[in-house]
Design a protein around this ligand. Structure first.
Ligand SMILES: Cc1cc2nc3c(=O)[nH]c(=O)nc-3n(C[C@H](O)[C@H](O)[C@H](O)COP(=O)(O)O)c2cc1C
Length: 293
């Protein structure tokens, strides 16, 4: 199916885009108007765009229903300051409640049961329950259109971060497994990040990876190894060689058992290498594959 965005109704564009551009982190924005009315609303059109200067952007859209603009946008145009509170799993139902379209004078802190805490550099309050809060100055508001559904980039410079001590180790480093971020997908779907669904991909960028085109043909054309397995193998800086000290009982068994049938041996070695790669054991997988030569 091919969709031309120009042929879709606004709600349909929103539907497909939000299901595929996902998961999106959620910024819980606290703002005030010039009379001092506080607003607290979530926005998943949100991300980090620069570290120096430190810039994050979120986007309150014009309502598709009636093309009106959201209180958060009105507020940052009156008082260009915002606290961006990072949303974690424990907060998600309250955050969703805060997204109700309450009248402007009603304070979502009270409606959603959050505690306001004074910020240190700006006027809007922080959400005490949030484990990470960023005090930001709004440096620009950039409308992306005039129709319903049009986004408005609220470009924010992060001035100060408050990170809960429980997320930091003794060297002030963060443990990614401890912030249980949530993220928004399409419709009512959310996902949750925790130790059970996080994984690591080692950066190959200190030195150049050899690349998939430099892998031996028998590996590159493997019927067992997948693209991601090949990429793991191709992330080494030079083609590995057999290490005589490498000992592996299962490898020994394969070589003994299939010595009369090289095709079957290749298949079995690839199956074993794949298992090792799926466990992140790239060096060992290379040794298994080299055993074929
Ligand atoms: C998790 C979540 C993410 C949301 N993301 C956005 C968004 O990126 N842009 C937007 O315009 N509305 C978004 N909404 C809806 C707004 O939060 C909602 O319209 C809110 O009432 C706006 O409040 P305000 O008028 O007080 O600023 C989101 C709602 C939820 C629950």
């Amino acid at each position: 199916m091919i969709f031309d965005l120009k042929d879709l109704k606004t709600a349909e564009k929103q539907y497909y885009l939000q299901h595929v551009v996902a998961p999106r982190p959620v910024c819980f924005a606290s703002t005030i108007d010039k009379k001092g009315n506080v607003n607290l609303s979530p926005f998943s059109f949100f991300n980090l765009f620069s570290s120096n200067p430190p810039v994050v952007i979120f986007s309150p859209s014009r309502r598709v229903r009636d093309n009106t603009i959201k209180h958060t946008l009105e507020n940052v145009m009156e008082v260009p300051e915002v606290v961006i509170n990072i949303v974690t799993y424990e907060m998600v139902h309250q955050v969703s409640l805060a997204s109700c379209e309450y009248p402007k004078e009603l304070n979502e802190f009270a409606k959603a049961g959050f505690t306001p805490e004074l910020a240190t550099l700006i006027k809007p309050p922080m959400v005490k329950e949030s484990k990470v809060k960023m005090e930001c100055k709004v440096i620009e508001v950039k409308p992306l259109g005039n129709g319903g559904g049009a986004g408005n980039l609220v470009i924010c410079e992060v001035l100060r971060m408050h990170i809960d001590d429980s997320l930091l180790d003794e060297n002030k480093k963060m443990d990614q497994r401890k912030i249980h971020h949530i993220a928004r997908l399409g419709g009512d779907w959310y996902c949750k990040v925790d130790a059970t669904n996080l994984f690591r991909v080692t950066k190959p960028n200190t030195e150049l990876g050899i690349g998939i085109d430099a892998l031996p043909v028998s590996i590159r054309k493997s019927k067992i190894l997948r693209g991601s397995n090949l990429a793991q193998l191709a992330s080494v800086n030079e083609l590995p060689v057999i290490e005589p000290s490498f000992e592996d009982a299962h490898l020994k068994n394969i070589i003994q058992y299939y010595s009369v049938n090289p095709d079957e041996m290749e298949k079995e070695l690839h199956v074993y290498a794949k298992k090792l790669l799926d466990e992140g054991k790239v060096k060992e997988a290379w040794q298994v594959l080299l055993a074929l030569n």
